[in-house]
Design a protein around this ligand. Structure first.
Ligand code: 3VV
Length: 251
């Protein structure tokens, strides 16, 4: 009797969990689709606080209900590549730790913001699905980084298309992590991007970044932005990152 009751409770708990997850997923997709409607350019209107506050616990790089099938599929493909150790998944915590360490090391004259005033990194100040949704993978031996990126409706430039500034932001983030992981903390000296095709809002792109050359403190990198099926080349960039001179004050 007791066993029967326990089994019933387990099944019903499972049912409510699955239903909850399904509703959450539908809500996120609807939010994104709603925001794409022509008359709702500012979807934050009814969405409560638009900022996603700093959290060291949640890993925003993991799939959430706003992720499309394409993004999930690529994410799982890359997670598989991590199994033999050639690629490594970069968690949100690792990015925040790097950023925190960078400011401790190099910007000693800058007063750090209090946690409560401090929204997470620029790319994380959006509700799920409305801004930058991405995950990054690093290949140490090949000095490469891959960023799987789905840009949401708050990143719109031309109607229905991603703003070029949002694209270059994501490219810059990806390769700044690559150059930092390659030679230590670096800053962007220049980034020269060519936009070849517009990127539709909500589509999934793959950013590939690689180190081309290192000359003392200078790291030269190139990157490309492709569609998930690799058929469309959206953008290409070349850039220079300079390793921070930690003896000098940087402010
Ligand atoms: C803080 C690091 C954070 C890293 C965190 C990574 C973890 C990631 C985690 C979470 C993701 C968040 C990631 C956010 C990151 C976003 C990245 C950005 O948006 S950075 C903001 C925009 N960039 C600036 O504001 C730079 C402003 N510029 C400067 O501060 C300096 O100019 C700097 C540091 C770039 C170089 O200054 P010098 O005083 O250290 O070095 P000098 O002597 O001027 O240059 C060194 C060599 O580089 C050449 N160089 C410098 N700038 C150049 C340029 N624009 N074009 C060509 N050559 C240049 C020079 O000619 C020199 O070359 P020769 O050694 O003589 O051969």
């Amino acid at each position: 009797m007791r066993e029967g009751l326990r089994a019933t409770l387990a099944v019903s708990a499972g049912f409510w969990c699955a239903l909850g997850e399904m509703l959450r997923s539908c809500a996120a997709r609807l939010r994104m689709l709603g925001a794409l409607r022509k008359d709702e350019h500012w979807p934050a209107r009814n969405l409560g606080p638009a900022l996603r506050w700093f959290s060291s616990e949640k890993d925003f790089c993991l799939p959430n209900p706003s992720w499309s099938e394409d993004l999930r599929h690529l994410f799982h493909q890359f997670m598989k590549k991590c199994e033999d150790g050639s690629w490594t998944y970069i968690s949100e915590k690792e990015m925040l730790d790097l950023q925190k360490k960078a400011s401790e090391l190099s910007f000693q004259n800058v007063k750090p913001m209090k946690k409560k005033q401090f929204p997470s990194t620029l790319t994380r100040n959006f509700q799920e699905g409305l801004g930058f949704e991405y995950a990054m993978f690093y290949n140490k031996d090949e000095r490469r980084i891959v960023c799987l990126f789905q840009g949401g409706p708050l990143l719109q430039g031309f109607p229905g298309l991603l703003h070029g500034g949002a694209i270059v932001t994501m490219v810059d983030y990806s390769i700044s992590i690559l150059s930092t992981k390659t030679i230590g903390f670096t800053m962007t000296a220049y980034i020269n991007i060519t936009y070849k095709r517009p990127i539709p809002i909500g589509s999934v792109v793959v950013i590939n970044g690689q180190v081309d050359k290192i000359e003392e403190r200078k790291v030269f990198l190139s990157s490309s932005v492709h569609s998930a099926d690799e058929k469309t080349l959206y953008s290409e960039a070349t850039s220079l990152f300079v390793q921070l001179n930690l003896e000098k004050s940087e402010t």
